[in-house]
Design a protein around this ligand. Structure first.
Ligand code: ZN
Length: 342
């Protein structure tokens, strides 16, 4: 009798595991149902938007880093907080739409690949994407003298008019990296971050970048400061007290013309290491040593991979729509609908 009961419970346990696995796989399969509609997409937005408005919107679990609070919000409300945290609301509407599609894709791709264990995404720009509560953003707009209701309308239009639209490559969500200002040419992802090849993240021209407020920046360090920062912020140990002109030199460049590696007092640093350790705006720099100072002249702002927000705004001003902007920065991609009904 007892043996029969044990067999029964064991069978029930096995069945539960199988059913749970099937439901999990089915759920991801359904939620990543991608429609590649090519040129028909713009027309389809209206029909499909109506259809989705009757269905529950997919929720996202967002961690607020400062408090540790995890709040559940809709993807649209999340994006209304992300888009103006990442891009000026004074940008062109088509550039804001491109940013909304990029941010949505970035978030879903992170969710799909379990970017966090206790939530779907966090509000830290260095780990996921910047997010501020819209009320805080409105207060910032008011302090800056912006027309806050006009700004909010633009952000909402960018999010709602592109609802459920994501960027795909070969039927899968792309890693939608973006940055502020490329300095004229975006970076090939294979040049940084572990040197992996991703066919849609290759270097492309990016125009209109020179109007960004951080297009050209200069950082100066005394030799002692440079040594302290390098030793505090990298795992390498550097002693450069007796630095001379030829003890600091760029030894290689990436394909897009950014710095790849720098020799400082016989220690080799990647440009990304230097950028992080010294707070440089990008890895596109020159370096000189004069009057006991090391001077970095930097062009552009950000890692340079994927969409340049400054370039996106330039192309929008010059008549490109969101889709054209996205297809300019991410080589060979499509736009698609993500079915979020479950
Ligand atoms: Zn995160």
């Amino acid at each position: 009798m007892l043996k029969n009961k044990l067999v029964f419970f064991y069978a029930l346990l096995c069945m539960s595991i199988v059913v749970a696995t099937i439901i999990f796989l089915y759920k991801w399969d359904k939620s990543i149902q991608i429609y590649n509609e090519g040129e028909e997409l713009e027309k389809e937005i209206e029909q499909i938007k109506e259809y989705f408005s009757m269905l529950p919107t997919k929720k996202i679990k967002l961690k607020i880093t400062a408090t540790g609070e995890i709040k559940e919000t809709s993807m649209n409300d999340y994006l209304i907080g992300v888009v103006p945290s990442e891009m000026s609301p004074l940008s062109e509407v088509e550039a804001l739409k491109a940013q909304a599609i990029v941010a949505r894709t970035y978030a879903y791709e992170k969710m799909k690949n379990n970017g966090h264990s206790d939530c779907d995404i966090c509000d830290n720009y260095a780990h996921c994407q910047a997010y501020y509560d819209i009320q805080n953003i409105i207060n910032i707009w008011k302090n800056r003298g912006y027309d806050d209701s006009e700004c909010l309308e633009k952000v909402k239009e960018a999010v709602y008019s592109t609802e459920n639209v994501v960027i795909t490559y070969n039927g899968d969500l792309i890693k939608a990296y973006f940055h502020a200002d490329s300095g004229g040419k975006t970076e090939d992802v294979s040049a940084i971050w572990g040197k992996q090849n991703i066919p849609y993240l290759v270097s492309v021209e990016s125009r209109g970048e020179e109007n960004h407020k951080y297009y050209k920046t200069t950082e100066k360090f005394s030799v002692a400061e440079l040594e302290t920062k390098l030793n505090a912020n990298t795992s390498k140990e550097c002693s450069i007290k007796n630095i001379t002109d030829n003890l600091i030199k760029i030894i290689s460049y990436t394909k897009s013309g950014r710095v790849d590696q720098v020799d400082i007092g016989g220690i080799i640093y990647t440009a990304s290491e230097l950028r992080a350790a010294l707070g440089l705006k990008s890895t596109n720099f020159t370096v000189q040593y004069s009057n006991n100072e090391v001077v970095f002249n930097v062009t552009g702002y950000g890692h340079g991979v994927g969409m340049s927000q400054t370039g996106a705004n330039y192309y929008a001003k010059n008549g490109m729509n969101a889709k054209e902007i996205i297809q300019h920065y991410y080589t060979g991609v499509d736009l698609a609908y993500l079915n979020t009904k479950d």
